[in-house]
Design a protein around this ligand. Structure first.
Ligand code: NAD
Ligand code: GLY
Length: 360
């Protein structure tokens, strides 16, 4: 059905990922063939619903798949327990039962919220991901992390709950604002640095084609990211070990994002966090300065930030570092590259080294 297909290997819970430009119109026909649910609620934010809701609903209707569209206001502010409760009530009012399923049509907010809803509605019903941001296509729609934010922190309530299938239509990226696209690119570069030097070189070689959204190049890029994520998740679904490498750039990145009161969007904060982690790796003697510089140059050339803005309070960043979700027993763990394509995880970073990186 698509040019690129792969599987997330999790035994009985394995699922396919389909990647193709324009796949949205074929989703109904494919879902009709799969024995996932008797009927669906399609959950989408109001912006994505306007852009792609009718194409998806038409595709489902043509294939005889019973479905109803349910929307919520777009943005991270909706990823909370109140919207979760409102959507739960809506599903109950629609009469969705244990045989029903959910379809997440949208970015990471929609996917995380819908996945969590699926994990708990009727104690668990199946769901399908149709990610529409680059970040969701290469990261959040694959791997089963679902959840919502609470006032005490982002993603603090949730569940590991895998979808039944992921349909990635790369054509929808044409309507994505550049800032959001670049946020996804930060996560894409991350995959090359943590696990695949060849792919990292592909990103360097194809920078112009990627920014021009050349379809074959974008499909290959998304496919490689999903392949790497699928491999990591298949080996360590619950993040007890290997999956932690996906947090490269996220320790300092999350602290920068929070200290900016979320005015710096996630992917851009991750870009800053990756450069900071590379500098820590150089300062610890783990990575050559030239290699770190090469990655920082690529990040910068794509148009992503590499420096922590002067105006951000360094003490606030340090305070957020200490309360990071990835902190274990009071130790902050960092994912640090030893070369492009390989990383180690360490908690042997001194406060002086952190201060030096934050000072720049
Ligand atoms: P998002 O879902 O809020 O989407 C960003 C914006 O883009 C929204 O305004 C949305 O309406 C709009 N949009 C989406 N697709 C579009 C399209 N094709 N064209 C035009 N506009 C479009 O945010 P996001 O960046 O996709 O995801 C961020 C969320 O993902 C965060 O909550 C983060 O915690 C979560 N996340 C989860 C995981 C995971 O493993 N579950 C991983 C990374 C991030
Ligand atoms: N986004 C990190 C993970 O899925 O583990």
């Amino acid at each position: 059905m698509s040019s690129y297909q792969l599987d997330v290997g999790l035994g009985e819970r394995s699922y396919p990922i389909f990647i193709e430009d324009g796949i949205m119109e074929q989703i109904g026909a494919d879902l009709a063939k799969r024995d996932i649910a008797s009927r669906y609620a399609v959950i989408s934010d109001d912006h994505v619903a306007k852009l792609y809701g009718s194409t998806l609903m038409a595709s489902l209707e043509q294939a005889g798949v019973q479905a109803e569209l349910v929307t919520f206001p777009r943005g991270e502010a909706s990823k909370n327990l109140q919207v979760f409760a409102e959507l739960s009530s809506r599903l109950a009012q629609m009469g969705l039962d244990r045989k029903s399923g959910l379809i997440a049509l949208g970015g990471g907010v929609t996917g995380d919220l819908t996945g969590f809803l699926a994990s708990s509605y009727m104690r668990g019903i199946p769901f399908v991901q149709i990610p529409t941001t680059l970040l969701a296509q290469v990261d959040s729609s694959v791997g089963g992390k679902t959840g919502v934010d609470i006032p005490e922190g982002k993603n603090l309530v949730g569940a590991f709950y895998q979808p039944k299938a992921v349909y990635i239509d790369t054509a929808v990226l044409t309507t994505l604002p550049l800032e959001e696209f670049l946020g996804g690119i930060a996560e894409v570069i991350k995959y090359g640095v943590i696990r695949d030097f060849e792919f990292y070189c592909f990103m360097e070689r194809n920078l112009d084609a990627i920014l021009e959204l050349n379809p074959p190049v974008i499909q290959e890029m998304v496919h490689t990211c999903c392949r790497i994520k699928a491999e990591v998740v298949a080996e360590d679904e619950r993040e007890s070990d290997l999956r932690r490498i996906l947090n490269f750039g996220h320790t300092i990145g999350h602290a920068v994002e929070a200290a900016s009161d979320f005015s710096i969007i996630h992917g851009h904060a991750v870009a800053i966090g990756m450069v900071a982690a590379l500098r820590l790796a150089v300062a610890s003697g783990l990575c050559k300065k030239k290699e770190a510089g090469r990655v920082a140059t690529l990040i910068h050339t794509f148009g992503l930030p590499t420096e922590i803005p002067e105006a951000l309070d360094r003490e606030r960043i340090k305070a957020y570092l200490k309360t990071d979700k990835k902190t274990i027993g009071g130790s902050v763990f960092y994912v640090l590259p030893t070369t492009i394509g390989k990383v180690i995880i360490t908690n042997e970073i001194t406060e002086e080294q952190i201060d030096a990186v934050l000072k720049r």
